[in-house]
Design a protein around this ligand. Structure first.
Ligand SMILES: [Cu+2]
Length: 469
């Protein structure tokens, strides 16, 4: 994580578009849009105006600065095409806000009056819906229902009071299928205005959105008609190993907030610790409803915030538990070859197809170490080199790094965990007794009828599509 950069560029081009499309009076009132040029996790934006609060850290993202105008917090979002680096060496042509997809996180305090200017630099109409907020109906951002569309080149103003503390998100409500498939979304945090009985103070507070893309290997632009068969499962439009680690100090109280804007649910799983779900987009959960979990499912259009005490040192995996969602592009249309010994025939096939190669006869892990040639600009099927070799993961996967000597409030990557002697699983090289194996035929609840003439043996075949999950 880069903590020494905050590459905010004051956007000249965006200002010019706004100037062309709004009146002189409105122009004078329009805050300069702030753009972000890097996909790195930016340090928390400590408020220097308005009520104080403990800011969040947006994973591979940033918080939008505001301008205070006579007691109103003014933000300027610019909807526009962006180039997002989804992982090192892999860039996607997406749509987003202020230079990135997702757009910047908006952080305000309960009771704040908020004014958001939205400039449309997309080739089609848009709007923004403020998911989960209590607000006047006409500020809800549903094109055609509560407001006219924001046509290309136009700037609209949304204004409301952030009434309810919690974790929210924003996204278009205009041609949503296209605009969300292209990456238009962002997080919104409303901090409590004082001590809140259901909202604890924490030492670290992270936020990100789960999103998914269908980008063919070698291509740059997502396919927008895809309903279920996505091939890039991302957090804040990044795929592992491009997702930053979540770095904390031992015994920090940690909150992680995430929202799901994909087309399927994601069971989010944390290793080494138990957490509680302390809030949803409906607000903080009553304490009587909280119990400890290590996996929580977040359905489509939901947000969850989890909290735990990071009291176990180490590098702990944190990922979606659907195994297809921890793979990058190309993971799917490959037949199961486990147990199929076909190295012998490769020479023959190579006469016909010179670049034919053996894939997956011992499982798929081989492929991450093979360094097989892939088209330019493709998220590797799996990737990430850990301290003990290849991490056979991609997609929705990152690492919670808990360290005794991580300075308070410092989010820098401490490197790999140094395990105490004798605390790493190791190869057994001593004498081996024959392992116990169960041999007998199974019992049955009732005697079977119509038994086949001889026993059937089957091999497992990996599903080749994504339908239904
Ligand atoms: Cu998932």
């Amino acid at each position: 994580m880069t903590t020494n950069r905050r590459n905010f560029l004051m956007g000249g081009a965006a200002g010019a578009v706004a100037a062309a499309s709004v009146s002189k009076v409105a122009m004078a009132a329009l805050p300069e849009p702030v753009l972000q040029t890097t996909p790195d996790t930016m340090p928390p934006l400590v408020p220097n105006t308005g009520r104080p609060y403990n800011p969040v850290v947006t994973l591979n993202g940033w918080t939008l600065p505001w301008r205070m105008n006579q007691g109103v917090k003014e933000f300027h979002l610019v909807a526009e095409p962006v180039v997002r680096e989804m992982a090192p060496g892999f860039k996607a042509h997406l749509w987003g806000y202020n230079g990135q997809s997702p757009g910047p996180t908006i952080e305000v305090v309960e009771g704040d009056r908020v004014r958001i200017f939205v400039t449309n630099k997309l080739p089609e109409r848009t709007s923004i819906h403020w998911h989960g907020q209590r607000l006047p109906n006409g500020m809800d951002g549903v094109t055609g229902l509560t407001q006219p569309a924001i046509e290309p080149g136009k700037t609209f103003v949304y204004e409301f009071v952030a009434r309810r503390p919690g974790t929210f998100m924003y996204h278009p409500h205009a041609d949503e299928m296209t605009q969300m498939a292209m990456g238009m979304m962002g997080s919104w945090i409303t901090h409590p205005k004082g001590r809140h009985p259901l909202i604890d103070e924490v030492d670290r507070d992270f936020v990100f959105l789960l999103n998914a893309y269908d980008i063919e290997p070698g291509a740059y632009t997502p396919k927008i008609m895809t309903m279920l068969d996505f091939n890039l499962w991302s957090w804040n439009s990044r795929v592992f190993p491009g997702i930053d680690s979540l770095n904390v100090r031992k015994n920090d109280k940690v909150r992680i907030r995430f929202g799901n804007l994909t087309m399927t649910n994601h069971p989010m799983h944390l290793h080494g610790h138990e957490f509680q779900v302390t809030g949803t987009d409906g607000g903080p959960t009553p304490k009587s409803t909280r119990w400890h979990e290590v996996t929580t499912d977040v359905a489509v259009g939901q947000m969850r915030q989890i909290e735990f005490l990071a009291d176990e040192e180490g590098d702990w995996a944190f990922h979606c538990h659907k195994s297809h969602h921890t793979m990058n592009a190309m993971g799917h249309e490959v037949p199961t070859m486990i147990g199929v010994e076909h190295r012998g025939v490769v020479k023959e096939i190579n006469k016909l197809i010179p670049d034919y190669m053996v894939m997956g006869e011992r499982g798929m892990a081989d492929m991450s170490e093979m360094d097989m040639p892939i088209p330019d600009n493709t998220g590797k099927m799996m990737g990430g080199e850990g301290p003990f070799g290849s991490v056979e993961m991609g997609g929705m996967f990152s690492v919670l790094k808990v360290r005794r000597d991580q300075p308070r409030g410092d989010y820098k990557d401490p490197g790999w965990y140094k395990h105490p002697a004798g605390e790493v699983a190791f190869e057994w090289t001593g004498a081996m007794a024959e392992p116990m194996r169960f041999q007998a035929e199974g019992h049955a609840a009732m005697p079977a009828v119509n038994m086949p003439a001889r026993n059937i043996e089957v091999q497992v075949r990996k599903p080749t599509g994504h339908s239904g999950h």
